[in-house]
Ligand binder design. Structure first.
Ligand code: ZN
Length: 201
């Protein structure tokens, strides 16, 4: 066993940092050292921000977004188009769509996608709540912004079936050529989808 270089408090800090996505043990060690050196400028404000986050951040009771207010900022914004619900698997997808700024609607976070292999069924996701929301008279369109993976598309089909009797148009994201993409480098599945979903010029 290698000798401990630092006391248990520092080792614990390194171990916790190493659990963050994108940080391995080496970068966690570097981050811990950085925090310790920048105790006043970085570590103290970070610790305070984490404490506030721990206390205030919760899951929105309407859409499943994460925010420091409940209902979340998106749900509480009266200027947003309440006739459109964008369905996403994860909060990260909601944030990505908001960064893109392409849609000014409400959201619904499923909390994952259906995955029989991983034992994720409809009861593990917020699908019931979505169906209830889609039946509200003001809702006219449900956009399924789910991953172009087998699980994502399985989930999209499942939801589409459940929304048959709701008075909404169900749409999904286009599959095709990414912005700035070069055709010769695309995989066959993407190219075929792009041709099938071609639009008038
Ligand atoms: Zn919300």
């Amino acid at each position: 066993m290698p000798k401990a270089v630092a006391g248990p408090e520092i080792e614990r800090l390194i171990q916790l940092l190493a659990r963050l996505p994108g940080l391995g043990p080496r970068s966690a060690r570097r981050a811990a050292l950085f925090l310790i050196k920048k105790r006043e400028q970085v570590m103290a404000p970070l610790a305070a921000a984490l404490e506030v986050a721990l206390e205030k951040i919760s899951v929105c009771r309407i859409c499943g977004n994460i925010d420091s207010q409940n209902p979340c900022t998106v749900c509480a914004d009266p200027r947003r188009d309440g006739s459109v619900i964008v369905v996403v698997a994860d909060v990260a997808d909601l944030w990505a769509l908001e960064r893109a700024g392409a849609v000014d609607a409400k959201y619904h976070v499923l909390g994952g996608t259906l995955s029989p292999l991983d034992g994720v069924g409809p009861q593990d996701l917020t699908i019931d709540a979505l169906v209830t929301r889609a039946h509200a008279p003001e809702v006219k369109e449900v956009i399924l912004a789910l991953n172009a993976t087998v699980d994502g598309q399985t989930t999209a089909h499942y939801i589409t079936d459940l929304l048959q009797d709701a008075n909404v148009t169900v749409t999904r994201l286009a599959h095709g050529v990414p912005v700035g993409g070069e055709l010769e480098y695309l995989d066959e599945g993407t190219l075929a989808a792009a041709i099938r979903q071609r639009t008038p010029f």
